[in-house]
Write a protein that binds this ligand. Structure first.
Ligand code: ZN
Length: 461
């Protein structure tokens, strides 16, 4: 078995690991690099392998940094099968289409800027088109069910194990029978077992080798409950100042968690009953609908409540904003609104319009509830920039900025350590983390050898 690393190596985005085993070339994820223009260029680089040689992609989950280069893979000649859970396949299709749209939007914006400033129109085309995204979606084949083996070749099987990270997310176990059985587990992204919506996943299987994420390898999250309290306070104070609350929102999971928390807050009188909530993201609205079709993934008490007709994603005061015109009208609301829009790291999407309106207003608040990679607009605001640039305009940051980190869909350091201990792995390969986080986590591991591969490194097992 041979591994090679083609993304998310000493970084948190662009997940893409290749396994050569059982006579096959397999990719675990094929994600996009995110965070600033320099990373855009990394996306365009050759993969480090020939996409035509890949037989199977096993997709751990549908976040863009795990599935976002699939359209490029297919565009460059991949002809194989993509295997994932059914929820991941549904979500990945949305995520890839959304990415293609955002790239087209970005390309148009930059073309306009180039024409205005330099009177030149020779700008970079998008990484891939909507057709490329739909083409990639057509490669989804067999559906993975948690805990059920899938035969990839005579000597190799894959088993998807619930990772509790987002709807449909999985760790992937590969078992190769070549004399003795070799077992390797790819963690994918691991969830926060104390999350708000998803049912708690089972412990991971015992294996020889593990390839594991270290996003929060150096720190624990705050608990969810105090974070929810902090959120209610942030909203109430902004409303008292006469402003709005703008929340850059990841469409998958975070938007639905926030709707649940807001609904609960209104029922329990932590928030005013007349609070107006705008989910200004066609993508997040679609994800909410997909979640409502996958109730078994939710905590049993939430699923039961929904089955009995108490829908925490669709309550009085919620406005699902798909139409662009309606989104522009939200811009005119000056007070008493919670506005959720994507993208979560503010690198694209409608959130930038709401930031343009609300960042210069002392009355408003911007509440960050998710991870923000270095180099993104979200990170600059969180790090305390006085002025940021949006659509080429310099925008003063006068709004109150809150960062509430207990909502994370990622396991914190102690949960990662606990997960690792349960695998009993003798060899551990760390990926998907900033270098400092990875190093700190590696130091804490006991009874296992630790590797931290760099881009395009290979490891023979
Ligand atoms: Zn993820």
């Amino acid at each position: 078995m041979k591994l090679s690393f083609n993304g998310a190596d000493r970084g948190v985005t662009g997940s893409c690991h290749m396994v050569e085993a059982g006579g096959l070339r397999i990719l675990i994820d094929c994600g996009l690099y995110q965070g600033g223009r320099e990373l855009d260029e990394e996306n365009e680089e050759p993969f480090g392998f020939d996409p035509r040689d890949i037989d199977v992609v096993l997709l751990t989950h549908a976040h863009l940094d795990h599935c976002g280069r699939l359209p490029l893979l297919a565009k460059r000649g991949f002809k194989g099968e993509i295997i994932s859970t059914s929820a991941s396949a549904e979500l990945a299709r949305l995520v890839m289409v959304d990415a293609a749209n955002l790239q087209a939007e970005d390309a148009r914006f930059h073309a306009k800027k180039m024409r205005n400033h330099f009177r030149r129109a020779d700008v970079k085309p998008p990484l891939y088109s909507l057709i490329d995204a739909l083409n990639a979606a057509s490669h989804f084949g067999r559906v993975a069910h948690y805990g059920r083996r899938i035969e990839l070749s005579d000597t190799l099987t894959a088993t998807f194990v619930d990772a509790g990270h987002i709807l449909g997310s999985a760790s992937v176990l590969l078992e190769e029978k070549n004399g003795a059985t070799k077992r390797i587990l790819f963690s994918g992204d691991l969830g926060n077992p104390h999350g708000i919506l998803l049912a708690e996943p089972p412990p991971p299987p015992e294996v020889d080798n593990v390839v594991m994420e270290t996003t929060y390898g150096d720190r624990n999250h705050k608990d969810v409950d105090p974070s929810v309290g902090e959120f209610y306070t942030a909203v109430t104070e902004a409303f008292q100042r006469g402003g709005n609350v703008v929340i850059p929102t990841f469409a998958i999971e975070r938007a639905q968690e926030l709707l649940f928390v807001i609904c609960k807050g209104m029922v329990e009188n932590h928030l005013p009953p007349q609070t107006q909530v705008f989910l200004d993201s066609p993508m997040a609205i679609s994800v909410t609908e997909i979640m409502a079709r996958n109730l078994d993934a939710l905590k049993p008490e939430i699923a039961d409540a929904i089955r009995r007709g108490y829908d925490p994603f669709d309550f009085q005061g919620v406005n699902m904003v798909r139409e662009h015109k309606q989104s522009q009208l939200v811009n005119e609301i000056k007070r008493g609104a919670i506005i959720m829009a994507g993208s979560g790291m503010c690198t694209g999407g409608r959130i930038r319009h709401h930031l343009l309106q609300n960042l210069p207003r002392e009355e408003s608040s911007v509440v960050f509830v998710g991870f923000a990679a270095g180099g993104t607009l979200a990170r600059r605001i969180i790090d305390g920039a006085d002025v940021v640039t949006i659509f080429g305009e310099r925008v003063p940051v006068k709004a109150k900025v809150h960062t509430i980190n207990g909502f994370s869909a990622h396991a914190g350091r102690d949960q990662l350590l606990e997960w690792h201990a349960a695998t009993k792995a003798a060899r551990t390969i760390l990926v998907h983390g900033e270098e400092s986080s990875m190093a700190s986590f590696g130091d804490a591991l006991k009874g296992t050898s630790v590797d931290m591969p760099r881009l395009h490194d290979t490891i023979e097992l």
